[in-house]
Design a binder for this molecule. Sequence first.
Ligand SMILES: Cc1cc2nc3c(=O)[nH]c(=O)nc-3n(C[C@H](O)[C@H](O)[C@H](O)COP(=O)(O)OP(=O)(O)OC[C@H]3O[C@@H](n4cnc5c(N)ncnc54)[C@H](O)[C@@H]3O)c2cc1C
Ligand SMILES: *[C@@H]1O[C@H](CO)[C@@H](O)[C@H](O)[C@H]1NC(C)=O
Ligand SMILES: *[C@@H]1O[C@H](CO)[C@@H](O)[C@H](O)[C@H]1NC(C)=O
Ligand SMILES: *[C@@H]1O[C@H](CO)[C@@H](O)[C@H](O)[C@H]1NC(C)=O
Ligand SMILES: *[C@@H]1O[C@H](CO)[C@@H](O)[C@H](O)[C@H]1NC(C)=O
Ligand SMILES: *[C@@H]1O[C@H](CO)[C@@H](O)[C@H](O)[C@H]1NC(C)=O
Length: 565
Amino acid sequence: MHLPFLSRVLILSLLHISTIATEHVPAQRPLQSSNTTPSTQVHRVAIIGAGPGGSSASYHLDKFSRLSSLEPPLDITIFDTNPYIGGRTTTVNALDNPRYPVELGASIFVEINYILYNATRDFDLTPSFKIYEATPTAKYELGIWDGTKFVFTAVREDSDSSSWRGWWDIAKLLWKYGLSPIRTQRATRAAISSFLKFYDDYFPFASLQDAVMATGLDAYTGATGKEVLKNAGVSEQFAREIIQASTRVNYASNLGGIHGLETLVCMAIEGAMAVHGGNWQIFDTMVKHSAQRAFLNTSVTHVERTSKGTYALQTTNDDMAEDDFEFDTVILAAPYQFANISFTPKILDPPVRIPYVSLYVTLFTSPHRLAPAYFGLSDDKQDDVPSSVITTLPEDLNERLGSQHGVEAVGPSGFWSISTLRVLHPESDGLSAGPIGAVNGSSQDDEESTQYLYKIFSPAPLTGSFLSELLGFEYTPPSGEDDSLGSLPKKDLSWLYEKVWHSYPYELPTTTFSNFTLQMDEGEGVGLYYLSGMESFISTMETSALAGMNVAKLIVEGLHSHENR
Ligand SMILES: Cc1cc2nc3c(=O)[nH]c(=O)nc-3n(C[C@H](O)[C@H](O)[C@H](O)COP(=O)(O)OP(=O)(O)OC[C@H]3O[C@@H](n4cnc5c(N)ncnc54)[C@H](O)[C@@H]3O)c2cc1C
Ligand SMILES: *[C@@H]1O[C@H](CO)[C@@H](O)[C@H](O)[C@H]1NC(C)=O
Ligand SMILES: *[C@@H]1O[C@H](CO)[C@@H](O)[C@H](O)[C@H]1NC(C)=O
Ligand SMILES: *[C@@H]1O[C@H](CO)[C@@H](O)[C@H](O)[C@H]1NC(C)=O
Ligand SMILES: *[C@@H]1O[C@H](CO)[C@@H](O)[C@H](O)[C@H]1NC(C)=O
Ligand SMILES: *[C@@H]1O[C@H](CO)[C@@H](O)[C@H](O)[C@H]1NC(C)=O
């Protein structure tokens, strides 16, 4: 029996919860365009998209080509619509204070995410293992809420006296769920060890489809999480109360609406970590170490094959020089359906449109804690409200809503998760940290100086009425006007940031995966690559980075065999 696993089960669902730096980190800056005009003797690569996939492609193209002394050398140009590198991995500053960067998108990766883990080490970035903060007096750091009651709570583990209580929790868990946690762990290990072959035995893989079949992972991607867990002998109750809470917080999906592999990914949380100050730093550093130029704020709108067999790009950037447009190889490192690029000639068999989750992320600070009344507790039970609440469906609705999507799938809780990320003291945080601390912080009342930083994931926008009930403050929406969060008083909601993401696909069961190449005509696809087919398999920063590394290897090997001919 592997008890540490069980204790991790208790926090597994906090995978999404981000880290917040307490120190100043430099703001994201665009890479400077280099002025060196590329000679005609280089092989020019364009990468469209500077998220984890594109950044990793750039980094590994440079690395593999130098390792193999590729001639001619590569010249890499990367484009992104956003004014920053990182894609769905980016931070915003709580209270608009650069001392409090908070992840708006992807927040957590794990030890076996070798690309991210190695990059964090090799770039000297500071890993952070403390991925959330419990309210100081709260008894529980995590609760699983089914919209009517807490089906599970985990005590805080950060004080000496409470550590044995953590063990008591685990004992109760075993009592309640029997062998299900261990069977889940076994299934997770088996799937992960097959997946890790993608890094060595099968690397590089020209076809994701073939690699999935060869590793047998199609058995997991082809069935729902619900089916895969059932086959593994995991009880319905453990699946619903624990694992489904994890698939909901990580992928906004119940077990009937997500495939078995992505379900098990949610349970593989050994060594969960984040980069202090923001995960985007991994991708920013990758690009800076490898690309000759990065055009940010720049959308690629059109890709045309020239008579020479090269690719001419059109972009929204007027500042690009004439010779910045032509490339030998192009990598599309963004979902085809959102990239809004036209191709000439047209792409044959373009990647099919897949449904993506619309995830509403609401970040805010407030002096209020989560209200006991909202969770059916009496007002004197403030400390019984868990600091973070993830959700599942109640037993009687599980069957009916379990394979729905979005608002239909969320059930009586109405939200996927609420996390207390950090307790802020804007007047005193960082006072010992030098000049930044010496500047007087917020001008607000010192009495209310403690602010809690929250993150909520939901399938629809939150309302002012909802938040006033959740946090237990009086509020009547202005009559006849909207009930949006923006109309809440500053004293109750001191800072607010709302964002809707196409966060990841609904990972519906499938055994068909897009190729890494896009073809403009019959026969061999030359020079046009595509990364995002990976997302139907697993959607994480690491798997996108793996797709980028894989395509980088395929390109360098291809050029090498050409060179040696
Ligand atoms: C709220 C949230 C939480 C998440 N949590 C986690 C987590 O905890 N752990 C984890 O591993 N993953 C998490 N993810 C998923 C993770 O963010 C994605 O899997 C990952 O970012 C995908 O990387 P990518 O490079 O493939 O795509 P993206 O990150 O989307 O990058 C693609 C880039 O291409 C650019 N682009 C698109 N079209 C064009 C064009 N025509 N021209 C120029 N540029 C273009 C886009 O602007 C974008 O920057 C989360 C995502 C969200 C939104
Ligand atoms: C991107 O564009 C915005 C608005 O057009 C501008 O304010 C910003 O400075 C630009 N950023 C970069 C990195 O070019
Ligand atoms: C990560 O680093 C380890 C140890 O240095 C190395 O063996 C491994 O190949 C690296 N993996 C990747 C994907 O870079
Ligand atoms: C897609 O591109 C076309 C032409 O480049 C543009 O007119 C349109 O506004 C774009 N659509 C989106 C959703 O970005
Ligand atoms: C900071 O606040 C103190 C009083 O609280 C005041 O005396 C001081 O002038 C302030 N400093 C700045 C830089 O605003
Ligand atoms: C993927 O590419 C291979 C050849 O490289 C081709 O035979 C196959 O049909 C392609 N699959 C899809 C789904 O386009």
